[in-house]
Structure formats: C-alpha cells, structure tokens
Design a protein around this ligand. Structure first.
Ligand code: NAP
Ligand code: MG
Length: 493
C-alpha cells in the first residue's frame, strides 16, 4: 500500500544499518510430524488427519501436526479424568508444587530453544519471544508453584477444592505464554487439563509436552490436542469437562458462552480489546512516544490489550504526530530471528488480509495513513507499521479490533472528553495514561472502564498481577490470587 502523509512532513530520521544478527535456528530439532499428546505420550490421531504449520516469515512448512477429531477429544478428556481421579486430586499441594517448580526450571533451561521455535512458528521477533514470552511463561509456573500448597490462605477461611477437568483453548498471539497462563493455575489448584493451541502456532505447546515428560508429570495431567476451531468446539461441548477457559476473539467467546449455557461447566473468557492510550499535554512526550510504539507495534499489534487507539490532547497533537512519524520510520521490520528486528511477520495470511481490509476501510472513511517506508521481505506475510490520523469514534478503525500494527489517532480537549472517548467502546480490557501528575492519573484511571490500566508505561505483565476485561472483553481474571479463583470451588459452592 502506498504511503500517504497527512500533510505534515516527517522530519528525516537517521536510520543506522546493522549487519544481520540472526539467532541460530539449529537449536530447534523439528520432527516432520507430531501426534497428539494424550496420557503422557504422543499418539497418532484416530481421525487419521494431519495439517501443516507454517513459518509466516517465509511460508515454509515447519511440520505436520495431528488433527484431533471427536474421538480424539474424547480420548484426551478421558485421560484427564482418570489422572484427576486417580492421581492429581489426591496429591497434596506441596507435591503438585514440586512438579510446577520442575516445569518452570526446565523451561528456563530450554528457553533459547523455545524462543527460537516461538519466533519460527508465529513470526514474532526473537527479542520478544526471548525477553518477554518465554521468561514470563516460566515465571507463571514458578508463581503458581508457590500457591499450590497455600491455597487455603487465598480465600479468607473458605476451603477451596479443584473443579476437575479443565478444557482450555488459546489463540496464536502468545502461544506459550497463554499456555502457561492456563495450565499453571489449573494444575496448582489440583485440576487436570486438555488444552488446544491455535491452528497456526501449535509447536511450542508440543515442545512443552517434552518438558512435561522431563518433569515426570503423571500421565494424563496435561493433554495437548491440536486442531482447528472445530476441535475447540468439540472440547467445549464434551460432557465430561468441568471448566472451560478460553482466550480468543469476542465472536468465538460468545459462541462458547452459548454452548455452555445451562450446563454445569464453569467458564472464563479473555476476549478482544480496543484500548485507548491517552496522552495529556503535561506528559513527557518522548517517553510517551516510546510507550505508544511499544503499545501498538509490539508483537505486530497481535496483542489483545494493544494500545490501538491513541488519544492525544489537542494542544500537543502537532508535536506528537511529528515525533510519531519520525519514530515509525526507525522501526526495523523483517526476519523474526534477527536480534535487531522490532516488528516481525503477520501471523497468517488470513490475519494479513484482515488488517489490509481494515486499513482500506479506514481510507475509504476518510482517514489519512502514514506508514513505515522500510523494505519488506519478498516472501511471507508482512504489514508496515501504520498510523491513521483524522479518525473519530464514528470510524470503523476506531471501533473494531484490527489486531495488527495499525494505530488510530484521535484527539480530545478535556479529561472528561478523554474518558468519554476511551470508554466509548464495546471492549474494556486495558488502557494507558501518560501524564506527569500522579493526582491526575489516579482521578482519571478510576473513571476508565478497563481491566488493566498502565500509567507512563505499557504492556507490562507480572504473574502476581491479575489480567482480564470488562464488557465484551470477557470475564474472569488470570494471574494473581484472582486468577486462582477461576480454578477452584469454595466450601458451600
Ligand atoms: P479465535 O479465532 O477466537 O481463536 C481462538 C482459539 O479458539 C483458537 O485456538 C481457535 O482455533 C479456537 N476456536 C475457533 N473457533 C472455535 C469454536 N467455535 N469453539 C471453540 N474454539 C474455537 O481468536 P484468534 O483470532 O486466534 O485470536 C485473536 C483474538 O484473541 C483477538 O480477538 C484477541 O483480542 C484475543 N485475545 C485475547 C486475549 C485476552 O487475554 N483477553 C489474549 C490474546 C488474544 P483455531 O485457531 O485453530 O481456529
Ligand atoms: Mg505457524
């Protein structure tokens, strides 16, 4: 797509060129074909079917992965039920904790291998998989290991008990991290698991099965079944699942909520978002620009809590736009395995088409677009970091989740107007506020309808801090004590 500016010419940015610095790929030993991980071992799918998973940076087929059909899903749920009844629910918390500690440590030891595989299968820059995804995934296992023998102190005198078999379905944007967010609390609380990773990013979940084996986790405590949306639907519908934990789109979340309505299944949903990143005139603008860039171009904008709407106070609009235009020209888009890469590949062709579609609509509705003018690789799925200006809340690009590296910029005059715009969305997952006044932040944040609000920073996560949304961004929390609540029933329930 041709780059068009909004009439304000970007200051020429000086871009240093570096020699390529690729992370060695050889550390990953891929098998040509992967089975389903059921009852502690890899098995052939009863469906007899396999599907390929690609490297979105060059369209290379990395491996074939088993497709779980109805009989496979049933087999996995039965293995989880047996493990729950015979082993896991009988183990004292301190014994469960030992397994979780072991898993966390092995993951740390194998972190480079996991980081490379995550970047290969999903397209995210190695810098992120190495510095964010894998360390946080390991931290989630460590954190929950610490809870496993202290659950009775978590709920003020009410004794918790596990729910049973948890069916867990995760998306492709943080494949290993979402797995850790789901499996660590479930196991800490004494549940067993059947987890389905996303179709385009199953490989780190399958490598994780080796970690479970290394940690000698009892067979059937975690089962990983690969497949597509139909596999996920079969897991949701299975009568012997006690709890469904889903992270993904609001559209699929609604279908799942309908499917479990009227059953005894517990449900938590972590869905989409359209976060406002709000910059006041008293903010440190350079710091804010870095946060805005991180908030939307981090992980190609494939982030549910991405700061995809930038709300700028009118008085500083010209300087913010000028600095933003300059800064996006400095982003390095390209080989996810290169340690200098800022923005990697779009996860799939389908997602690329969706992003292109939204930017086209943005243009048709009158927005101005400016983009990073970098060269893009000839193969694979790529999209230039993009800024859309001249946008109001009437525009589609300000309302709908694009889930790509596309920032929609809006303006406001007063804090009240900023609150109104920020909350004028069907979502409510996260928000960012940039101001040098603590009092302003505190007063302002309490009016925002968002589950997570960052001040003078963005996209910071910690296993002890609960994460989750308001409104159509879902319900239930992951992380912290709040996250444990989703995997236990309390005395009297
Ligand atoms: P998606 O289409 O909803 O898919 C999520 C998962 O659900 C995938 O494993 C998918 O399988 C599976 N699935 C699809 N249809 C299903 C059905 N009818 N029943 C059960 N499972 C089904 O979402 P996505 O496009 O992969 O991920 C992007 C979305 O996730 C965005 O909206 C983003 O905001 C949201 N997200 C939210 C959070 C959060 O914490 N709130 C975190 C990350 C992402 P296949 O992929 O194999 O088809
Ligand atoms: Mg892939």
């Amino acid at each position: 797509m041709a780059s068009r500016t909004n009439g304000q010419s970007a200051q020429k940015a000086v871009r240093w060129e570096y020699a390529p610095a690729p992370e060695a790929r050889q550390i990953v030993k891929l098998q040509p074909r992967y089975g389903l991980f059921i009852n502690g071992e890899f098995v052939e799918p009863l469906s007899g079917q396999y599907f390929p998973t690609l490297n979105p940076a060059n369209e290379e087929v990395l491996a074939e992965v088993a497709y779980a059909g109805a009989e496979d899903v049933d087999r996995a749920v039965r293995a989880a039920r047996r493990a729950y009844e015979e082993v896991w629910s009988k183990l004292p918390g301190k014994e469960r904790a030992k397994y979780l500690f072991r898993i966390a440590r092995i993951l740390q030891e194998r972190s480079r291998e996991f980081a490379v595989l995550e970047s290969l299968d999903g397209g995210k820059p190695i810098r992120e998989s190495r510095d964010v995804d894998i360390p946080l995934a390991s931290a989630h296992f460590f954190y929950h290991a610490g809870w496993a023998d202290k659950l009775e102190y978590a709920f003020a005198g009410r004794k918790p008990r596990p729910l049973g078999v948890a069916g867990q379905i995760i998306p492709w944007n943080f494949p290993l991290l979402m797995l850790a967010w789901k499996i660590a609390p479930a196991l800490a609380c004494g549940n067993t698991v059947v987890l389905k990773p996303a179709e385009t990013t199953p490989l780190t979940a399958l490598l994780m099965c080796e970690v479970f084996q290394q940690a000698e986790l009892p067979p059937g405590v975690v089962n990983i079944i690969t497949g597509d949306g139909q596999t996920g639907a079969l897991l949701v519908q299975h009568p012997d699942v006690d709890k469904i934990a889903f992270t993904g789109s609001t559209e699929v979340g609604k279908k799942i909520q309908k499917a479990v309505a009227g059953t005894r299944k517990k449900l938590t949903l972590e869905l989409g978002g359209k976060a406002a990143n709000i910059i006041f005139e008293d903010a440190d603008i350079d710091q804010a620009i870095e946060g805005i860039i991180n908030g939307i171009y981090f992980n190609q904008g494939h982030v549910c809590c991405a700061g995809s709407r930038l709300l700028v106070q009118e008085s500083i609009y010209p300087i913010v736009i000028r600095k933003l235009q300059r800064r996006i020209q400095l982003l390095r888009v390209g080989d996810p395995l290169d340690k200098n890469t800022d923005v990697g590949a779009i996860n799939s062709l389908m997602q690329l088409r969706k992003i292109e579609h939204y930017v086209r609509i943005g243009l048709e509705e009158g927005a101005q677009v400016f983009q990073c003018e970098c060269e893009l690789p000839s193969k694979g799925y790529w999209f230039r970091p993009t800024v859309l200006t001249g946008v109001s809340m009437a525009h589609t690009v300000a309302r709908e989740e694009i889930f790509g590296p596309v920032l929609a910029v809006l303006t406001f005059r007063t804090p009240d107007e900023a609150v109104e715009i920020a909350n004028n969305t069907r979502y409510g997952l996260s928000a960012g506020v940039w101001t040098s006044k603590g009092s302003r932040y505190l007063a302002f944040a309490s009016k925002l309808k968002a589950g997570v609000i960052w001040c003078n920073t963005y996209n910071k996560f910690d296993p002890a801090s609960p994460f989750g949304g308001y409104k159509e961004s879902g319900f239930g929390r992951e992380g912290g004590v709040h996250g444990l609540r989703a995997y236990v029933a309390l005395e009297g329930e």
